[in-house]
Design a protein around this ligand. Structure first.
Ligand code: NAD
Length: 473
């Protein structure tokens, strides 16, 4: 049984002053596996003050000092990667292969940021002026529950590379992952206050972070609704805010695509991370002339997916993360049927072989119109909607007919044709004939999927402010 009643502030694990205690439930067994006390606004104030003191130190660090910190973090997180994988499975229900990937990726973020910083010019000349890039100040990093460890490490790596001290607020739904990660980060032995981590409700700890004059920058990943609240709250103190938000990504199969390659990738794009992925390709756009073949291919592939215990490396789809998620996703499946979509595979009932756990059957709908809720709203679960199009122009129109614009996928045997189409899609990233991300390339959304870019040089730059020093010639 996990008992987590501390926050990591000023280099030490300290009891939190909050009184709300939440049960932590294993989504595979529905058993309570821990209790966690939420932080309080006063804890947030202490964490922000500690980061403010550390910021004075960080401001004076050289590139080499920060690269050394990043290398120490890389080693410390790598040393705990098996434990991070195991708690991601236990607390979140992430399938083994995905949890393994994320736990390795978490340490690689620090190596990537070290390399980026090494190559990144922090001063340059413009005419007779010198432009110096300096850390923006204390950075608050707010993370969602569906990718706790990966999100925190990627944001932290960019912030520290830039020289920002940090206050990290993970989701109240990931206390165990937070605890193991905090212990790993502590092992890196950075100066006190450079990293502070506390759990807490958005309305309390989150609001303190969004309004405090001690925070200069917020990097938020989560829902569009919360992103809007944070942006509004942060404007009075003029914080630099970046928002990585919700998505409803389109996967477009072009009429020349090799279906043996495209269909498995389209399925992987839709059902990755149990369907709880901001970048999930949950709208599959198919040419009407080939729709029947594609629907049959998807039916076969999805029906064969192994749903079950995420501890088993052969499992492809584990449970949803919480009862709230379980109820929400089943509600969407019901709505799809009510609104007249055709059920291809899956459905609202739980998988027959799983009597407990927050398991939902991977579900596919065909004959989906783009005005149906299942085509417009982010479901955040293993549900795929197939929409047919007549020609390329209509495919682009349907893909762009969304308030979101995070990622898109294109499948074609003609890469140049796919690239031309990619240029017309309203999305921060377009992947052609692949589902793996390019880790150091800019990542973020257009429209209501967000503001700003993360990762690599773009991520580093987002924690820097330029200062122009004009010298008299
Ligand atoms: P959420 O918006 O409910 O919560 C995200 C974080 O914000 C949590 O830590 C939460 O405690 C905090 N929060 C809530 N209210 C707040 C407030 N008023 N002020 C400050 N902080 C507050 O999102 P979630 O349910 O945890 O995550 C799922 C969502 O995140 C999905 O919409 C998904 O698409 C999105 N997401 C986006 C990306 C991306 O990179 N674009 C990545 C992962 C998840």
């Amino acid at each position: 049984m996990w008992n987590i009643h501390q926050a990591y502030i000023d280099g030490a694990f300290v009891p939190v002053q909050g009184s709300e205690v939440l049960d932590v439930v294993d989504p595979t067994t529905e058993e309570v596996i821990g209790r966690a006390t939420m932080g309080h606004r006063e804890d947030a104030k202490r964490a922000i003050a500690a980061a403010g003191r550390a910021q004075s130190f960080m401001r004076g660090t050289a590139k080499a000092d920060r690269i050394d910190m990043l290398r120490r973090l890389q080693a410390a997180v790598l040393a705990r990667s098996d434990q991070l994988r195991d708690v991601t499975i236990e607390e979140y229900g992430g399938p083994w292969a995905r949890a393994q990937w994320v736990s390795r990726y978490a340490s690689e973020c620090f190596a990537g940021a070290a390399q980026t910083l090494e190559e990144f010019p922090l001063t340059h000349a413009v005419g007779s002026a010198q432009v110096v890039l300096q850390p923006v100040g204390v950075a608050a990093l707010i993370a969602p529950w569906n990718s706790a460890v990966g999100t925190i490490c990627s944001k932290l790596a960019s912030a520290l590379a830039a020289g920002c001290a940090t206050v990290i607020k993970p989701s109240e739904l990931s206390p165990i992952q937070t605890q193991v990660l905090a212990e790993a980060l502590h092992d890196a032995d950075l100066p006190p206050g450079v990293i502070n981590i506390l759990l807490g409700r958005g309305t309390d700890v989150g609001d303190e972070i969004s309004t405090s004059p001690g925070v200069a920058r917020i990097s938020f990943t989560g829902s569009t609704a919360t992103g809007k609240l944070i942006a509004r709250a942060a404007v009075d103190t003029m914080k630099r805010v970046s928002l990585s938000l919700s998505g409803k990504s389109a996967s477009i199969v072009l009429d020349d695509a090799d279906l043996d390659l495209a269909v498995p990738q389209a399925i992987a794009a839709a059902f990755m991370n149990n369907g709880q992925a901001c970048v999930a390709g949950t709208r599959l756009l198919v040419p009407r002339a080939r729709a029947q073949d594609i629907i049959e291919g998807v039916r076969g592939g999805v029906a064969a997916m192994r749903v079950g215990d995420p501890r088993d490396p052969a499992t492809e789809v584990g449970p949803l993360a919480s009862r709230a998620q379980f109820d929400r996703v089943r509600r969407f499946i019901r709505r799809g049927l009510e609104q007249g979509a055709t059920l291809v595979v899956g459905g609202e009932s739980r998988p027959e072989h799983l009597a407990r756990g927050f398991f939902v059957r991977p579900t596919v709908f065909a004959d989906v119109r783009h005005d149906m809720d299942i085509a417009r709203e982010e479901i955040f679960g293993p549900v795929l909607s197939i929409l047919a199009y007549e020609d390329e122009a209509e495919a682009i129109r349907i893909a762009n007919d969304s308030v979101y614009g995070l990622q898109a996928y294109v499948f074609s045997s003609e890469p140049e044709r796919a690239r031309r189409l990619a240029l017309q899609l309203e999305a921060g990233t377009v992947l052609i004939n692949r589902t793996q991300p390019e880790l150091l390339a800019p990542f973020g959304g257009v429209k209501q999927s967000g503001i700003g870019r993360e990762f690599g040089a773009a991520g580093l730059a987002s924690y820097l402010e330029s200062k122009t020093i004009g010298l008299r010639a």
